[in-house]
Design a protein around this ligand. Structure first.
Ligand code: PDD
Length: 286
């Protein structure tokens, strides 16, 4: 049985408890991070910790522990659960006040809730899906306007995944004002020649930690990066496409709305960036 972390305690998963009054449960009033684990070490913990602090700040929410404490908790969970490849999920909510109330509780009276758990995913790096590539459909992006904050409001992304499943594909890219924002749980890219195009940062998308690293590696490898919006039509005419996230790294996309890209097989830019990303992440993991 897994050991999970809840508000200061390491407990067996079947003994972990959060109040029914927790605002994460009642109002999705919480933020989260997913950090991947390679060779039993954390990939880009510093990036995830920095984004977490930003998410908390934007929502005026306090962290119950320091980022140094969080690193130790991550490491301890990876160790006790024997995770070689997988991920650590972290969630902080605005805690459990005495009653349901829309107004934020006083943080001096109601401490935040902190939960972490691990998921083992053998084959995360040597993922057969990366050799095949994935298929996506486009769906309207009807999420709220602050997607740069990594909140636990994931109902629409879940619905997007279900729409993809129903259509017999792997995931969905969301479209707003005629352009692609991002994937349901990842950032979206297209490639034309030597140029990689991905949506510029803003309130419309999450600033992926994997995105930042991959764009840095692409520029270092003399690839051209354009951070701008692109339409589904432009994507359908691209040479290749891919997504990035902590749990998929760089994953080739070979079909958009039924249109095959690059002959329906993973493109060379996506394959190369995946290799570089995994290699560099292994080296820098802590
Ligand atoms: N999702 N965009 C959205 C909407 C996301 O949910 C995610 C991550 C990303 C990529 O961010 P990063 O590279 O920092 O993982 C972009 C995580 C993995 C999840 O919800 O499981």
């Amino acid at each position: 049985m897994r050991t999970v972390y809840v508000n200061g305690d390491y407990v067996p998963e079947d003994q972990a408890r959060v109040s029914v009054f927790d605002r994460g449960f009642l109002m999705a009033d919480g933020v989260y991070e997913v950090t991947s684990v390679l060779d039993g070490k954390l990939v880009d913990f510093a990036g995830h910790a920095a984004r977490l602090e930003r998410s908390l700040g934007e929502l005026d929410m306090a962290s119950p522990v320091t980022m140094e404490d969080l690193l130790e908790i991550h490491r301890e969970l990876v160790r006790v659960n024997g995770i070689d490849e997988g991920m650590v999920y972290l969630q902080i909510t605005r805690g459990a006040p005495a009653d349901r109330d829309f107004a934020f509780p006083d943080p001096a009276v109601t401490p935040s809730t902190l939960v972490l758990f691990t998921q083992s995913k053998p084959g995360l790096a040597d993922n057969p899906a990366a050799r095949k590539g994935m298929k996506v459909i486009s769906v309207p992006d009807i999420r709220w306007g602050r997607r740069d904050i990594k909140t636990v409001q994931l109902l629409y992304p879940s619905m997007g995944k279900m729409m993809a499943k129903k259509a017999g594909v792997d995931d969905a890219w969301m479209v707003e004002d005629g352009v692609v924002t991002e994937g349901t749980s990842n950032n979206a890219y297209i490639v034309k020649g030597n140029t990689i195009v991905t949506r510029h940062l803003g309130h419309e998308i999450l600033a992926g930690i994997t995105r930042a690293a991959v764009l840095r590696f692409a520029r270092e490898a003399q690839m051209v990066v354009e951070e701008r919006a692109f339409s589904v039509d432009e994507a359908k005419g691209a040479d290749e496409a891919f997504i990035t996230s902590a749990t998929t790294f760089v994953m080739p996309v070979v079909e958009i709305d039924g249109v095959a890209l690059g002959g329906g097989v993973p493109g060379k830019v996506a394959r190369r960036l995946r290799e570089i990303y995994i290699e560099e992440s292994r080296k820098a993991a802590v």
